[in-house]
Write a protein of this length. Structure first.
Length: 255
């Protein structure tokens, strides 16, 4: 393939990456429109979920067209920082932390909510920098940033009227996930976990079941139940890495 053609094809995955970036930016703006308004926050979360889809498609298109590029890799990191770091931080600030301040005295107030919300952008920035320097194929060190972004995006979508989790629980999930993103706990890529740890047939069956379940809940009960199901699946993925890490520690201790 000629160099000029390859350079032109590189813009195909880059357009998906820019779409990811735009949706992350839109999410930030929408979260700030009316702080705490569930309608705006649900839209903001939806933007992050759509961006996660584009994030997966840009890599797929780059491999399909054999159009990987250094510019594309750097652009992807910048887009992911915006969409899965900054946008979730602003969303959770508007959702849970806008009024979380500590009065030090009559004239000085510590914006503790802003400091906690800032954990995600910092964690994602560090995680992406570490990934760009070195990474192991098929395995992530720490929770992947799109997974971390999606778990925050799903909070205003899943936990509204019919299904409720206390704000304190959501905040703990936010803080723990931020830590796990910068941890060295190993997480398998989803496709690796499905199709290498299981057979191709079983992996495909499990994936089809998960998609079918979410689709059934969406059309039978609405967005909230479907979002709650995806939220639970992501939590299971995060917990699976912790369990594997603990099993490895126990085995090392016994040796």
């Amino acid at each position: 393939m000629g160099i000029n053609i390859k350079k032109r094809l590189a813009w195909v995955p880059n357009l998906f990456t820019l779409g990811n970036l735009w949706l992350g930016f839109f999410s930030c703006i929408i979260s700030l429109q009316v702080p705490g308004d569930p309608r705006y926050l649900a839209i903001s979360g939806t933007m992050i979920m759509l961006a996660a889809l584009l994030d997966g498609l840009d890599g797929f298109m780059a491999r399909l067209l054999d159009a990987q590029s250094e510019v594309g890799a750097q652009l992807d990191s910048l887009a992911d920082l915006t969409t899965f770091g900054i946008a979730p931080g602003i969303l959770v600030y508007s959702l849970l932390l806008a009024d979380f301040n500590v009065a030090l005295n009559d004239s000085i107030t510590l914006p503790l909510g802003m400091l906690i919300a800032g954990l995600y952008p910092a964690a994602v920035a560090f995680r992406l920098a570490r990934f760009n320097v070195s990474h192991e194929p098929g395995v992530f060190q720490g929770v992947p940033s799109p997974v971390g972004g999606m778990i925050v995006a799903l909070m205003p979508l899943a936990f509204q009227d019919a299904i409720v989790l206390p704000d304190a629980v959501l905040l703990v999930i936010y803080i723990v996930t931020a830590y796990l993103m910068v941890s060295t706990i190993r997480y398998s890529k989803v496709q690796v976990a499905l199709f290498r740890k299981f057979s191709l047939f079983r992996g495909s069956l499990l994936l089809a079941f998960a998609i079918g379940l979410v689709a059934f809940l969406l059309f039978r009960f609405g967005t909230q139940y479907a979002a709650a199901a995806v939220f639970a699946m992501i939590i299971m993925y995060i917990v699976s890495g912790l369990i594997s890490f603990l099993i490895h520690l126990i085995q090392e201790y016994r040796i």
